[in-house]
Design a protein around this ligand. Structure first.
Ligand SMILES: Nc1ncnc2c1ncn2[C@@H]1O[C@H](COP(=O)(O)OP(=O)(O)OP(=O)(O)O)[C@@H](O)[C@H]1O
Ligand SMILES: [Mg+2]
Length: 416
């Protein structure tokens, strides 16, 4: 599978416009049905009864969308001639897909040479049309290759930020990936403490630079933690004001994802709408919880909402149970967590204040400590295994643990 195909099957597609011109009922119905596909929530699909002439007419005075799909009954020279006539009315980035009546290799080649992205044969099933559009949109808009990994806590203070930061180091240093770490919490960010910088900017400034496509300004807002790891040095925002919108934040992500193969976003302590937007489009979500009842109860609910915004699927979501052993008598054992949440934790991290808070207080990163390094590489890094699969060959996988306080399961599942 190519990278674009790989991404097309699993992410919320970027904002884009698609126009479909067809006189064929099945094609029209298939195209309309795509609007129901969760991946297309931000793709504006306009379906018109028409043909290549209607398309030529439409873009005489109006800007063309990112992708034009034209269905045709005739595929001789006259059609390719009209396709050439359409080209001058389209902006440079516009892609075209043709749906024709027959499978003709010669014609297929000719159209691909003309710059047509794909040639499909009628009737086209919705799922095939959706996949072809998704792939084309990703290729055109340029959100390729890059992996967006979001970290969210079931509740506050469960260690989401320290886990995001430790994995940022591991992904950049150990896997050698060019990585950027962002904190979406504005003035509540503790990133400066964890990564050792004074916040020099705000989320509001960063999204302004992204909206203006001002790469130089944005570059100045980055703290270079190492050769491979950059951090957006935000945190100077007012704490009691919401300064940016989710769509502005997404523009920032769009811009960074073109430049950084791995983008990590710490969502702890951030606004719900930013959480929603990032969780919906992330390739991977790491949900952090503790094994205590309040955290698991919230974890169960947020997991459900996450699935809903990710196309009713838990694919790409991993759960990390942190601070295990913090209150041993009151914690739910792993096997019971799995049963109650109907979800298997990918990793368990022990409660170790000396290691975590100790290093934090001295301004040291976890991976510089021997035990911390082992924990990050052997337990945490494998959680990103599926998303960063090719870079992770040979890492150890966390050992199974089990226990049994069955009664707690009911307490987690029971609605508050
Ligand atoms: N496994 C652990 N053992 C002991 N202390 C830990 C552990 N994990 C995190 N901590 C400590 O818990 C505190 C909270 O961690 P952190 O700031 O990462 O949580 P958070 O979930 O991001 O919080 P917030 O909701 O405020 O953003 C920090 O002092 C951190 O060092
Ligand atoms: Mg945090």
């Amino acid at each position: 599978m190519s990278e674009a195909e790989n991404q097309a099957t699993s992410i919320l597609l970027p904002s884009s416009g698609v126009a479909v011109y067809s006189r064929d009922k099945t094609t029209v119905v298939s195209a309309q049905a795509i609007k129901e596909d969760w991946r297309f929530a931000r793709v504006d699909i306009q379906v018109s009864e028409g043909d290549i002439e209607t398309a030529i007419e439409a873009y005489q005075n109006a800007p063309s969308p990112d992708l034009i799909i034209v269905q045709t009954d005739t595929v001789d020279e006259s059609f390719t001639g009209r396709l050439e006539a359409l080209a001058p009315h389209c902006s440079e980035g516009t892609a075209a897909i043709v749906i024709g009546p027959e499978n003709d290799v010669y014609l297929y080649r000719q159209m691909i040479e003309m710059g047509v992205s794909d040639y499909l044969v009628r009737p086209v099933e919705t799922s095939i049309l959706a996949d072809v559009i998704a792939k084309t949109v990703i290729e055109k808009i340029g959100v390729t290759g890059s992996r967006l990994i979001a970290f969210a806590g079931a509740k506050g203070g469960v260690g989401t930020s320290v886990i995001a930061q430790s994995l940022a180091w591991a992904v950049s240093e150990t896997l050698g990936q060019k990585t950027i770490l962002l904190d979406a919490s504005g003035g509540w960010s503790t990133l400066g403490v964890g990564m050792g910088f004074e916040p020099s900017t705000t989320l509001a400034e960063a999204v302004r630079a992204a909206e203006a496509q001002d790469e130089d300004s944005l570059a100045r807002m980055l703290f270079k933690a190492s050769d491979h790891l950059s951090v957006l040095a935000s945190g100077g925002d007012a704490m009691l004001e919401q300064s940016i919108t989710a769509s502005q934040y997404e523009r920032l992500l769009d811009m960074l994802m073109v430049k950084y193969p791995v983008v990590l976003v710490d969502l702890s302590a951030s606004a719900s709408d930013l959480k929603n937007a990032v969780l919906a489009r992330a390739n991977q979500v790491v949900l952090v919880s503790t094994a205590t009842l309040p955290a698991l109860r919230l974890g169960r609910s947020v997991l459900q909402e996450m699935k809903e915004i990710r196309g009713d699927s838990d694919e790409g979501i991993e759960m990390v149970i942190n601070m295990q052993g913090f209150a041993p008598a009151n914690e739910v054992p792993k096997a019971d967590i799995e049963k109650a949440m109907d979800f298997k934790p990918a990793a368990m991290i022990p409660f170790d204040p000396k290691l975590f808070v100790g290093n934090e207080s001295e301004g040291k990163k976890l991976i510089d400590d021997k035990a911390g390094n082992a924990l990050v590489h052997n337990v945490l890094l494998p959680v990103l295994q599926r998303t960063l699969a090719s870079d992770l060959a040979g890492t150890q996988v966390v050992e199974e643990q089990s226990g049994g306080i069955g009664g707690l399961i009911n307490k987690i599942t029971k609605k508050a």
